[in-house]
Design a protein. Structure first.
Lengths: 227, 221
């Protein structure tokens, strides 16, 4: 994210809803119009080689957020699929990026960092897992929670989804269809590490038809070491 | 516009001794766009060199020279059609930022941080290298959470570097699949006992996606 000689395409977009001559498609001077995800788009073509300070800050925030979300994309694709989005053109990943970008990046530019406890990996109306806890014993992560079946929206067939994220190597282990709500226990077996590993963990519920999810809960940070 | 005076001659016919190359008196012969040309020698530099520039002149050839030995792997590993730069330049740029150690005038390459491939596919978890006979056994793990039927057919791409002799030993580098969990590779006789470094990355069977490359370890001293 340095102020190097990186060149990016300039994406200044406008929504083109037709007008008297109907929607245009094609290139006109330095404008190009086309159809994308249900709407006509007109944008400029060109290159930009320098940015302002707030733009650099935004790029850095975006870089940190995408680095975090990329390994858990399978998870967020399920977690944000059916939540309400501000625009019909937004997909699950756009929504996840939008929610997390402001929430997880902390600090003042250029010393930005990620606050893992504020990350949101799923959004929905199911009640969040109550008393969610996580333990690490002999390379096995054990998630536990209380079933809480009294809640009106809770169902016996609900399952949990879990994430173990490793900031060191930027990878994650995800369980998208875990144990049932009533089992109150889900494990993730880690691979054999050689160095100390920090593990960030998250958990959420998902209904049997996979249309309703709960908000994700940050269950805390674990530290794997040799001994 | 000010223009530099440079006398250049084109060699019309290649003589019986083959192509001209190198200094001939006051001129220097070289190949330029399929032509053999003779240019006048450049003038001697009079300006004092800045440290920043000298540092760049030392460090960039170090990285690009190292990566130049692995052009085939990088063509696969950094293949990205959306990227503006070609694969090799992307690799040099990435590794120059991440894998260069030290300050001017002593630069070195951090082998643990060198990356030959970038992608979304699952990495080689818990990679290990063990010396075995005339070669080495490379092994990795598949986590319980992965879908082995989806990723089991992935092709393992091995990268070896001989740090003692600064060369890339020849080896079979696409021999195994992810489901094998380990494979044995024979090492060329001239690299026996040398300090060898190993990296591994996976590509999907259709060749469209790839994993990040992982440093597996080293053998020998």
């Amino acid at each position: 994210m340095s102020k190097g000689s990186v060149t990016l395409k300039l994406f200044v977009m406008g929504i083109n809803n037709g007008g008297p001559g109907g929607p245009s498609i094609g290139k006109n001077k330095n404008y190009v119009s086309y159809f994308r995800m249900g709407q006509y788009i007109t944008r400029t073509i060109g290159e930009i080689t320098s940015w302002t300070e707030p733009q650099y800050e935004n790029q850095m925030r975006m870089g940190l957020t995408t680095a975090f979300l990329k390994p858990v994309k399978q998870f967020t694709d399920v977690g944000f699929r059916y939540c309400s989005k501000p625009k019909s053109t937004w997909g699950a990943y756009t929504m996840a990026l939008s929610v997390n970008r402001k929430a997880i990046t902390t600090g003042i530019y250029p010393n930005l960092d990620i606050d893992f406890s504020k990350a949101v990996l799923s959004m929905g109306d199911l009640p969040v897992p109550k008393n969610a806890e996580v333990n690490l014993t002999d390379s096995i992560i054990k998630f536990s929670w209380s079933a809480e079946l009294e809640h009106a929206k809770a169902d016996e067939s609900d399952r949990v989804m879990c994430v173990a994220y490793f900031p060191e190597n930027g990878q994650a282990l995800t369980v998208l269809s875990g144990a049932k709500r009533t089992e109150e226990e889900q494990t993730i077996v880690l691979t054999s590490f050689t160095e100390e590993m920090v593990i960030e963990t998250y958990i959420c519920y998902i209904s049997e038809d996979r249309k309703r999810v709960s908000n994700s809960v940050y269950t805390g940070q674990l530290l794997w070491s040799k001994s | 516009m000010e223009q530099k005076l440079e006398i250049m001659a084109r060699v019309a016919k290649i003589g019986p001794l083959g192509n001209l190359r190198g200094k001939v008196g006051e001129g220097v012969a070289s190949k330029w766009r399929s032509l053999t040309v003779i240019k006048s020698l450049p003038a001697k530099r009079t300006k004092k060199q800045r440290k920043k520039r000298l540092s760049q002149q030392l460090s960039l050839p170090l990285v690009s020279g190292f990566l130049g030995k692995f052009v085939h792997e990088i063509k696969i590993g950094f293949d990205n059609r959306l990227s503006k730069l070609p694969a090799f330049q992307t690799a040099v740029k990435y590794n120059f930022d991440k894998a260069l150690l030290g300050t001017f005038p002593q630069f070195s390459i951090d082998y643990k941080k060198v990356v030959f491939s970038l992608g979304d596919r699952e990495i080689a978890w818990a990679g290990k290298v063990v010396e075995e006979g005339d070669g080495a056994r490379i092994s990795w793990e598949i986590p319980q959470t992965s879908k082995i039927k989806l990723v089991g057919e992935d092709i393992a791409n091995l990268v070896i570097f001989n740090a003692t002799k600064d060369l890339r030993p020849g080896c079979e580098w696409q021999v195994s699949t992810r489901a094998d969990l380990s494979f044995y590779t024979r090492i060329q006789r001239d690299s026996w006992g040398d300090n060898l470094h190993f990296w591994l990355f996976f590509t999907s069977p259709d060749g469209k996606t790839r994993s990040n490359s992982q440093y597996m370890g080293s053998i020998g001293t």
